[in-house]
Design a protein around this ligand. Sequence first.
Ligand SMILES: [Zn+2]
Length: 195
Amino acid sequence: MKIPFQNRDLVRYVRRRDALRLIGYALWVALLIGGALSYNHNHQTYPDYRRMVGWRMAIWVLAAVASGFLIFRIWRFFTDRTFSGTIVTSALSRSYSASNDPGEGTDYDFRLNTYLKVRTDQGKLRRIRFEQKPGFYLYYHEGNRVTHFHGLPYPVNTDPDASHGCVCSACGTHSKALVDRCPVCDHSIIDPKNI
Ligand SMILES: [Zn+2]
């Protein structure tokens, strides 16, 4: 399953972000190792225990590789896969539905980040984390089917019911009707019919 060909700009968006992440990682590692090498080069008369040689260099290289792995989120190349499934649990803030439910408190407790727990078609449980935006309570319902694409933060609701509108996969802006392009970032909107 791939991003539909109608959404070429989103394919480019994902490729660009992945490439920038890899380039950033490579630069980070090169900078740290290059720094150590140039330090050694400039301090050739120092005794070995004051230079980056042997196990000191090995630990330094390891630290550069590991810290870059975390900073540039390289693990997501392995864990962030495309999948479809059904929303089991939605941790969306419920405050937005307070007006529909008199029993609910009216306190404004909007969460910055939220997650969906999704049972994939292969039966696995996956979590998708993303920043919560207004309108999501209309869009991500427990029991709905969603498709998550590698590199796109916001999954697409593929339920045939069009009344929930659409969400931009790149920036998360919710539109009440299905639109062609995102009114905020101008990326194309994935039409569930094309998935
Ligand atoms: Zn957008």
